[in-house]
Design a protein around this ligand. Structure first.
Ligand code: GLY
Length: 353
């Protein structure tokens, strides 16, 4: 089963192909681009890197936030120069979201922009990070502070890569799939994983097509993320991104209800959806709500006061100036559980379908 999702951005349009074995169409994509050389930057063992069909330099990478630095971008660009990569050649990333982010930025900057193809190998990267053209690295001062919009020429989401993904990584990707339920994808529960990925990508493509530069509608993709980001920081990243977004999604449902935007059953639907995917639904007992609220004030959506993407009568919308006392009240009403018990126990139904 293979699904192809177009991302329509005029002369920068491209396709996201989802399914088992789709990495093996890399040579065909490279041929269509007319590249004569390729640099493949891969966080996966060599046997997982498909043939490019052209002269290739294979560079090893390691997934992880530590490698998402300007120093890595500089080192990659140095390798591109020494290999003789020209503006009509191509860069390929093969790895999780941190790898697609840093390689994407190197491609955006090298010779002021060279074609890049992403082969995302984690579920999180397949449903979100590799699609839509956001590239970035971290500074000591914070995550993703330096970046560029640089659309790939193709994204090959090979679901075979997911067969070796650790369970927690899988869960993290499911967190992003779960939040799609509330921002326009409809109910993806019970669909085969390839369909869930394709539906998540289709939703994201539609949003990016109308707001490539994140000036409005693209905020929707941050559903569950205001609390999610705060939880990641407050737990020292013990909660993975998608896990934290899952708890943030449950919270978003309750906050929307507390603000009179949705009824009780819709708030409960948030819990049911997140629970379906085997994701955590409670706040870690160890985390101080004061710290979470302080972090949420620093969120990039918090132009004034606290800002959240919340469900409502007209669907999800960015809601600003949410009263702090309501946020505290909803946080206080959330179930709490020790961090250790929050993840790992449940088997996500989605993986079994
Ligand atoms: N990950 C959110 C976005 O691409 O805008």
């Amino acid at each position: 089963m293979r699904r192809t999702v177009p991302v329509r951005l005029g002369d920068r349009s491209y396709e996201v192909v989802v399914g088992p074995g789709v990495r093996n169409s890399l040579a065909e994509v490279v041929r269509r681009l007319g590249a004569e050389r390729a640099v493949v930057v891969s966080a996966r063992p060599d046997e997982w890197v498909p043939d490019t069909g052209v002269e290739t330099l294979l560079l090893p990478a390691r997934d992880g936030e530590q490698g998402k630095t300007l120093a890595t971008v500089e080192a990659l660009c140095g390798e591109f120069v020494r290999f003789g990569l020209t503006r009509s050649d191509v860069v390929v990333s093969c790895g999780g979201g941190t790898t697609t982010d840093v390689v994407g930025l190197a491609a955006a900057l090298y010779h002021r922009g060279v074609d890049v193809i992403h082969l995302p190998t984690s579920l999180l990267a397949q449903v979100d990070a590799s699609v839509g053209g956001k590239t970035a690295v971290n500074l000591r001062e914070g995550k993703n502070l330096v970046g560029a919009f640089w659309q790939p020429r193709a994204v090959l989401c090979d679901t075979d890569y997911l067969s070796t993904l650790p369970a927690r990584e899988m869960l993290s990707g499911l967190g992003e799939i779960a939040r799609c339920h509330f921002i326009g994808a409809g109910d993806l529960r019970g669909l085969p994983l390839t369909e869930q990925i394709a539906a998540s990508v289709t939703l994201k493509a539609g949003i990016v097509e109308v707001d490539e530069r994140d000036a409005g509608k693209r905020h929707l993709l941050n559903y569950g993320h205001t609390l999610g980001h705060a939880l990641e920081l407050a737990t020292g990243f013990a909660l993975r991104h998608g896990e934290a977004v899952a708890v943030g999604t449950v919270f978003a449902g309750r906050l929307a209800h507390a603000l009179g935007r949705v009824d009780r059953s819709r708030a409960d639907e948030h819990l049911a959806v997140v629970r379906h995917y085997g994701l955590p639904t409670a706040l870690p007992a160890e985390v101080d709500p004061e710290l979470l609220v302080r972090q949420m004030h620093r969120d990039k959506k918090a132009v004034s006061g606290l800002g959240f993407v919340l469900d409502g009568p007209e669907g999800a919308q960015l809601v600003t100036d949410v009263p702090q006392e309501v946020v505290f009240r909803v946080l206080a009403g959330m179930p709490r559980a020790p961090m250790d018990s929050l993840v790992g126990a449940a088997t996500p139904d989605a993986v079994l379908t």
